[in-house]
Design a protein around this ligand. Structure first.
Ligand code: ZN
Length: 310
């Protein structure tokens, strides 16, 4: 009588082992690591609030550029000044591209056929609180840094992509024509006069991609072909259920890109904005989950592979 439960225990243990091994193989199948993306978010948050013109945003830039160079990418900085409700302020966008094998030089004026993957890395300046922007500004930047490192192993794919880290996405007061989206408005101005054949083909802007209850609802006026591409990639990555559509347009860095003739889609957890942590001290490291970052990273990798082949 005592053998039966023992045998059952053994059988159960074997079955559980097989199950765990299978599940593990599945998650190991993607080279994108949510833990490594999270470590980047932690590094950025550790520097302090990264509002435009702060010491912390200078340090954040140095960190990100260092990580990008380490992963074999080249960077180009777009520094500019703009008037804000808090006075004249300096902003710096970071562009990153993967060099060709035979030459180091990159012509940053040419973007024909390329895909832009964008994030903002500044945090909103909020008086009276320490605003970490772990999810808002941190999460998407961590995902792009991990993508840079993963794409190094598929250089042909990496060369089709420009990573863009915008400064000054946040408004100093409220979003208006002249407050907020400083970096993306400046970046879009750079591309606006370019002939269509030399403009990047499309852009995906990641924003708020780290919350535990991650949902991605792009704005209602998103370019339909990009929405379809995103949903197909999500389906293939097994994450379709967290993707939907927001009922209204959204003000974010995709807007100036669209206006400059680069079809752009905002990959955003729009629901996060009404869940209580947005633009509060509770948007801290504890609210960002490696699992959520990994979901987005895997979907973006899937999308790149489908668009460019690999
Ligand atoms: Zn924000």
């Amino acid at each position: 009588m005592r053998f039966i439960p023992l045998i059952l225990v053994i059988l159960f243990a074997v079955a559980a082992g097989v199950f765990l091994a299978t599940t593990k193989d599945k998650s190991d199948a993607s080279p994108f690591s949510g833990e490594r993306a999270y470590a980047h978010v932690a590094s950025l948050v550790g520097l302090g609030p990264r509002y435009p013109g702060s010491k912390a945003i200078v340090d954040a830039r140095e960190y990100m550029i260092g990580q990008l160079h380490q992963a074999g990418w080249r960077t180009s900085l777009q520094a500019f000044e703009d008037d804000t409700p808090r006075g004249r302020t300096e902003f710096v966008n970071i562009r990153a591209r993967f060099p060709a094998a035979d030459k180091d030089e990159i012509d940053w004026r040419l973007g024909g056929g390329m895909l832009l993957l964008c994030s903002h890395y500044d945090t909103k300046l909020i008086d009276g609180i320490r605003f970490d922007g772990a999810n808002d500004g941190g999460s998407s930047s961590g995902v792009l840094l991990e993508l840079a490192s993963v794409l190094r192993n598929t250089p042909d794919l990496a060369r089709q992509v420009e990573l863009v880290f915008f400064d000054g996405e946040e408004a100093f007061v409220d979003f208006t024509e002249v407050d907020g989206l400083y970096g993306s408005r400046h970046y879009a101005k750079f591309w606006r006069p370019a002939p269509a054949s030399e403009k990047p083909a499309a852009a995906y802007v990641l924003d708020l991609v780290g919350d535990a209850r991650l949902r991605i609802d792009p704005p209602s006026d998103s370019p339909r072909d990009l929405l379809g591409e995103l949903y197909s990639a999500a389906e293939a990555a097994g994450e379709r259920r967290i993707f939907g559509l927001h009922p209204t347009p959204i003000t974010d860095d995709h807007v100036p890109l669209n206006a400059a003739g680069i079809p752009a889609l905002d990959v955003i957890d729009a629901d996060y904005i009404s869940r209580g942590r947005w633009h509060t001290a509770a948007d801290n490291l504890g609210s960002v989950k490696p699992e959520s970052l990994e979901k987005i990273g895997r979907v973006v990798l899937e999308l790149l592979t489908r668009r460019f082949g690999a």
